[in-house]
Design a protein around this ligand. Structure first.
Ligand code: TXA
Ligand code: MG
Length: 339
């Protein structure tokens, strides 16, 4: 299959909508990362997503809507808590989980009684959902396990030959995937940190939002995953990563002793002048939003430059920094070195 990358003009939307209506896949930009979209109500279309990504069948997909009126097609009913979060954060980088509607293809929810839903804040994604006229199931548009794509080129790299069309909307503004919160439990539960922080959700809901332990800790063998995606290797470049905690001075001193052929530093911009070997930078030390924006491209750069091993400078965990930390922790397979 030939994979076409096109700018999102009116011809591109017509072509993309026609593909989606005939059960094909289209990669679309969102403000978080690029998504691989299919008609969420068609089993045959949704199965194609799992095939193209090489995604495990038991890992459910996020459904994307454009407008509250589409919610009837995805959830049984909208609860007051969901309405409050939607009013505060949609369109935006927040995914909400509630009991699913019957119209959705079973494959979207991977057998779970719930559906994860998001209204993205990107004009191209919104126009595409409107043109398709149905909710779109869309996981990140990467091969399963590899870093999420934040540019059309990264989608090409992973999915060329496997999908017919990529809409090129430039680089994603947020850079890490949406915050995922489940409202299907007795108490709201944060399953994945993103741009919208736990405290922001608590402030709107007026109650505690629990952070799922799996956000910061590896699941024990045989322990049930609150979100199936937590079970799998994630965001990983081919290079092995080790997350290093400690002061900038301690990091520099340690890493300078380790750097040799194939060994890299994945560090803040300020470190470049201090380190004596190969480094890939992922933003200024005090700018977590910029770190989020650059993170996945930096992981891809490590591979492009032939890194075998990279020592990663640990980010600050506040705000969106928690999302950056969570992705790095998973990319490193929870290997942490404390200096
Ligand atoms: O920002 C984003 O959320 C991007 C863009 C494209 O919207 N999408 C994205 O999708 O990151 P994906 O499939 O890569 O990640 C979805 C995560 C997975 O970890 C999955 O296990 C979890 O959400 N998930 C989906 N439905 C769920 C459900 N019903 N219950 C629990 N977890 C669910
Ligand atoms: Mg993903």
């Amino acid at each position: 299959m030939n994979t076409l990358t096109v700018l999102p003009d009116s011809g591109a939307f017509a072509r993309a909508a026609a593909l989606l209506k005939s059960g094909e896949l289209v990669a679309m930009p969102t403000e978080t990362v690029y998504g691989l979209a299919a008609d969420a109500c068609s089993s045959q279309a949704v199965r194609r997503i799992f095939e193209a990504k090489g995604r495990p069948q038991d890992n459910p997909l996020i459904v994307h809507i454009a407008g509250m009126e589409m919610l009837d097609q995805v959830w049984q009913r909208i609860t007051p808590q969901a309405r409050a979060l939607a009013e505060a954060f949609w369109p935006g980088a927040l995914t909400i989980i509630l009991p699913r509607a019957r119209q959705l293809a079973d494959e979207v929810c991977a057998g779970l009684p719930t559906a994860a839903v998001r209204w993205p804040d990107h004009p191209v994604a919104q126009k595409l959902i409107e043109a398709a006229g149905v909710p779109l199931a869309a996981p990140s548009a990467n091969r399963s396990g590899s870093p999420s794509p934040t540019t059309a080129q990264a989608v090409q790299q992973d999915l060329a030959g496997r999908i017919p069309l990529i809409l090129d909307g430039g680089a994603c503004a947020v850079g890490v995937e949406s915050t995922v919160v489940s409202l299907a439990e007795a108490e709201p539960l944060l399953l994945r940190p993103g741009q919208i922080a736990c405290e922001q959700l608590s402030a709107v809901l007026g109650c505690r939002v629990r952070l799922s332990p799996a956000v910061l800790h590896q699941l024990e063998q045989g322990q049930a995953a609150p979100s199936p995606g937590m079970k799998y290797r994630h965001y990983s470049p081919r290079a092995k990563l080790i997350l290093v905690k400690g002061s900038a001075q301690a990091y520099a001193a340690y890493v300078n002793q380790q750097l040799e052929q194939g060994v890299f530093a994945l560090c803040f911009d300020e470190m470049r002048a201090v380190l004596q070997g190969s480094c890939v930078c992922y933003g200024p030390q005090t700018q977590p939003a910029q770190q989020a924006r650059q993170l996945f491209a930096a992981l891809r750069t490590l591979d492009a430059q032939g890194a075998q091993l990279a020592y990663v400078q640990c980010p600050d965990c506040r705000g969106i920094g928690l999302a950056v930390y969570n992705r790095l922790l998973r990319a490193a397979g929870f290997q942490v070195l404390e200096l």
